[in-house]
Ligand binder design. Structure first.
Ligand SMILES: NC(=O)c1ccc[n+]([C@@H]2O[C@H](COP(=O)([O-])OP(=O)(O)OC[C@H]3O[C@@H](n4cnc5c(N)ncnc54)[C@H](O)[C@@H]3O)[C@@H](O)[C@H]2O)c1
Length: 253
């Protein structure tokens, strides 16, 4: 099986928009669930709803893959799984290194979902000498002093950083100098990298903040609705003729 940094996904060369690339994993997840249930075909509407995407957008996205479906039948599930996997570069093996094997790094190393999606945890690296040689997820942790030779030996092109924030930039610099060209950063640090290196930052607290924003908006809407209902009920009891559905201004609590 092909491995390593010389094998980039096809998406770049064909100029598929980044927004489409970002939705491909959503389609793939929905399609994989259909495939597991042995569903042979799916309509764009069904798939769009399963992936949480608008169906016109889905059809446009699939047109970049050269996949148009069959009128009245829909899309062939297995073929789409193959097409999207190929587009994302998942039909080949991607060796991944995780640097910083504390709570998060160990949890990621133990996550079985990477392997089934084409990502093989090739090495685990930590700066703590007491960690060296310790087995995590069946892999012996290696010392950060050997980072460069570990990257070379495993032909790694994707690095995951789960060190404390203060160490992340230095780890990133070493990974890049050793030939890693894609980084998934969990540390609370904005990394600077040279051109040609891709960084994706994962920050669960930002996701929670976005959910908090939506929760707050829903609570304000509920409050506004219940006040409006209350006004209508009391008007009806008094026999008032106020305009139907009028909603009084509500100040947030
Ligand atoms: N993005 C998120 O949503 C999210 C969620 C949780 C934690 N985090 C971040 O992930 C990181 C790890 O969190 P944790 O709870 O696993 O911390 P942890 O302290 O349990 O683990 C950090 C590990 O990194 C190692 N380390 C330190 N410096 C290093 C270096 N220079 N090279 C290699 N290894 C080094 C330490 O020895 C330790 O084993 C932190 O930066 C934390 O803020 C992010």
């Amino acid at each position: 099986m092909a491995t390593g940094r010389n094998h980039r996904p096809a998406t770049r060369s064909r100029g598929i928009p980044e927004a489409t690339v970002a939705r491909l994993p959503l389609y793939l997840r929905a399609l994989t669930a259909l495939s597991e249930r042995s569903v042979p075909t799916v309509s764009s509407e069904e798939l769009a709803s399963a992936a949480g995407v608008n169906s016109a957008k889905l059809r446009k996205d699939f047109s970049y893959l050269g996949s148009y479906g069959t009128r009245g039948v829909g899309y062939d599930v297995e073929y789409l799984v193959y097409q999207i996997s190929r587009e994302l570069g998942l039909t080949q093996d991607w060796p991944v290194v995780i640097v910083g094997i504390g709570n998060l790094g160990a949890a990621l190393a133990n996550y079985g979902g990477f392997a089934s999606r084409g990502f093989r945890v090739a090495a685990l690296i930590d700066a703590d000498p007491s960690m060296t040689g310790r087995q995590v997820a069946g892999i012996a942790v290696q010392h950060v002093d050997d980072l460069e030779s570990i990257i070379a030996a495993n032909d790694v092109s994707i690095g995951v950083i789960t060190t404390p924030g203060g160490a992340a930039q230095q780890v990133c610099d070493r990974l890049v100098a050793a030939g890693v060209s894609s980084i998934l950063n969990f540390a609370p640090t904005v990394l600077s990298v040279p051109e040609g290196v891709d960084v994706r930052k994962v920050d669960l607290s930002i996701e929670l903040q976005i959910l908090a924003f939506h929760e707050q908006r829903k609570a304000a809407e509920d409050l506004s609705r219940s006040v409006s209902d209350g006004v209508r009920v009391s008007r009806a009891r008094r026999g008032d003729q106020g305009p139907e559905g009028e909603i009084p201004a509500v100040m947030p609590a």
